[in-house]
Design a binder for this molecule. Sequence first.
Ligand SMILES: Cc1cc2nc3c(=O)[nH]c(=O)nc-3n(C[C@H](O)[C@H](O)[C@H](O)COP(=O)(O)OP(=O)(O)OC[C@H]3O[C@@H](n4cnc5c(N)ncnc54)[C@H](O)[C@@H]3O)c2cc1C
Length: 413
Amino acid sequence: MNNKSLSPRSTCVFVPGPVIVGAGPSGLAAAACLKEQGVPSLILERSNCIASLWQHKTYDRLHLHLPKQFCELPLMGFPSDFPTYPTKQQFIGYLETYAEKFGIKPRFNETVKLAEFDSKVGFWRLKCVDKADIVTEFVCKWLIVATGENAEAVVPNIEGVEEFGGCIKHTSLYKSGEEFRGKKVLVVGCGNSGMEVCLDLCNNHATPSLVVRDTVHVLPREMLGKSTFGLSMWLLKWLPMQLVDRFLLIISWLMLGDTSRLGLDRPSLGPLQLKNLSGKTPVLDVGTLAKIKGGDIKVRPSIKRLKLHTVEFVDGRKENFDAIILATGYKSNVPNWLQDESMFSKEDGFPRKPFPNGWKGENGLYAVGFTKKGLLGTSIDAKRITQDIERCWKDEAKHTSAFARSLLLQSNP
Ligand SMILES: Cc1cc2nc3c(=O)[nH]c(=O)nc-3n(C[C@H](O)[C@H](O)[C@H](O)COP(=O)(O)OP(=O)(O)OC[C@H]3O[C@@H](n4cnc5c(N)ncnc54)[C@H](O)[C@@H]3O)c2cc1C
């Protein structure tokens, strides 16, 4: 890399290979695939470690939601002694070994604030700021966006939030129910995280209630002795999605009963069709439903407003709570830093083209991990991007060596 000083507190770094923004599983997968094909890359990561979402923003009891065979990164499987659903610590350990195996050394504490294509020179320019506020400009031919679907917490505006007086935190800051022992806690949001946090609170002798604002598909994590996800994937090889959905709903009804009787109405579209169209993931139940059935977790409608330690719901009910956990999800942060007109939507920060076509934009711009298909999508993107860049990289290397040879011939005729 060639460094050129811009000012005492800013530097310009030319990166010969691709720059990858984000050292989560997606950034690591892209870097490993590129490395395997002889293409060096540089990862810029705002945090101080790899997989910061997993290391800093997830709760202690988290396991992979999907079986391990659907979550492995390219070129390296999980150790065979890992359980079907590895723990968060096991997953982090796997990613650390992965980074080590492929010699991936991200530049940590570098937040990309701006990236834009300089059409005059045909390169991307990235402005990064480190912890000491030192600005570095990185210049590269290929830019791979790997900042994830979960880059920033979504925190809803709730009326009266400043009056509540108790603890209000997003699940990204929740570690364990231990902190809430003996407390009445309201969990807002009934996705996989909200459901699992409720269960964790129950197991730690807190009293949780769950706000369910929307319809939701709850499926057993396993059915007929197989993982529901694996079984669905297998059935989709032979049957249309609508039929697989019908099958999943019948088995779910037999195993879990009618969830609408518990206040969890199902959407009109089936779980796979809904996931496919909107990206909304079905909840894979790990025991929360039994706690709802048993009355340990109460289901509540949307919040109307908050008052001192009191929540008023839209149905008029008022209840006291000590704390509120917002399991209200995450969003992409790409529109905040990437100047790009065509590839990413300004509205949601996802590629405009849906899977499997969202991985490539113009002028050497790529996206890995925005497929709404979890780590399986990450692997597919990383391999496609590598094939594409590798071709250009090898062509360029040929031109560069031909150019170097001609220079040599000129100087030594
Ligand atoms: C609780 C939870 C459980 C999940 N379980 C599963 C599962 O079992 N199976 C599955 O397939 N998927 C699962 N997912 C979904 C997803 O596959 C994982 O979250 C995975 O971590 C996504 O990897 P990623 O690298 O795309 O994004 P992230 O892991 O979010 O990594 C993105 C990285 O980019 C960095 N970054 C962001 N902005 C900038 C910037 N401007 N400059 C520099 N760096 C930046 C972040 O700090 C972060 O380290 C889960 C998600 C969550 C939230």
